[in-house]
Design a protein around this ligand. Structure first.
Ligand SMILES: [Zn+2]
Length: 209
């Protein structure tokens, strides 16, 4: 059986300190270069298949992570704080599962704590763990929100993602500058109009999401 390789296998590291790319993976990228119309044997392309393979290991590093793990250390002492916690304008990169083309955007993640809070950088870690996979923006948004909802059991979660999709801006209908906005509101941010308005205005998204 051919070892197809997955992040769980643990990558072999070569003498040069880089991940060893199996031949069948490099061959697949060579085939794609030939199909695209170029000669994979020409000098500038010789090392490209292995570079591309390693780049994809990075783009998809999220498969080797359990995103909920980032929320496992919580702080119960919140000093009576019962207002919205918001991490705004988190830049991220993902890849669409339909074209494996880049999705580049920003996310705003908020929650209203119940009993405990989490280190603020953890919200970004949850985002990246899901973004570094093949995605659709709608699912990415839902997965981040659900993970925080289940992990922190807060009173509310709001996730808004704005992103542009290279499969739309660089090919197909070619519409540079267009971005897509998706949101998921849970708990009080879904049920209470005032709370939703408040979080969207803190995000700078009022009237947009
Ligand atoms: Zn796409």
């Amino acid at each position: 059986m051919v070892n197809e390789g997955s992040p769980d296998d643990g990558d072999l590291i070569g003498d040069d300190g880089k991940i060893v790319v199996p031949d069948h993976v490099a061959d697949a990228i060579q085939t794609l270069i030939r199909w695209a119309g170029d000669d994979p044997a020409r000098e500038g392309l010789i090392d490209t298949p292995r570079r591309v393979a390693r780049a994809w290991r990075e783009y998809c590093a999220g498969y080797a992570e359990d995103p909920s793990h980032h929320l496992s250390r919580v702080f119960e002492e919140v000093g009576g704080y019962d207002e919205i916690v918001l991490l705004r304008d988190i830049p991220f990169q993902s890849h669409c599962e339909h074209h494996m083309a880049p999705i580049i955007g920003r996310a705003h993640i908020a929650y209203l704590p119940q009993d405990h809070v989490v280190g603020i950088s953890k919200l970004a870690r949850v985002l990246h763990a899901y973004a570094r996979r093949l995605q659709v923006q709608e699912r990415l948004t839902a997965e981040v929100a659900d993970c925080i909802w289940n992990g922190l059991k807060p009173q509310g979660v709001a996730v808004v993602i704005e992103a542009s999709h290279a499969c739309m801006t660089a090919r197909g209908v070619r519409t540079p500058g267009v971005s897509m906005v998706t949101s998921r509101m849970m708990g009080v941010f879904r049920d209470d109009e005032r709370s939703r308005k408040e979080v969207l205005s803190l995000m700078g998204m009022q009237g947009r999401a």
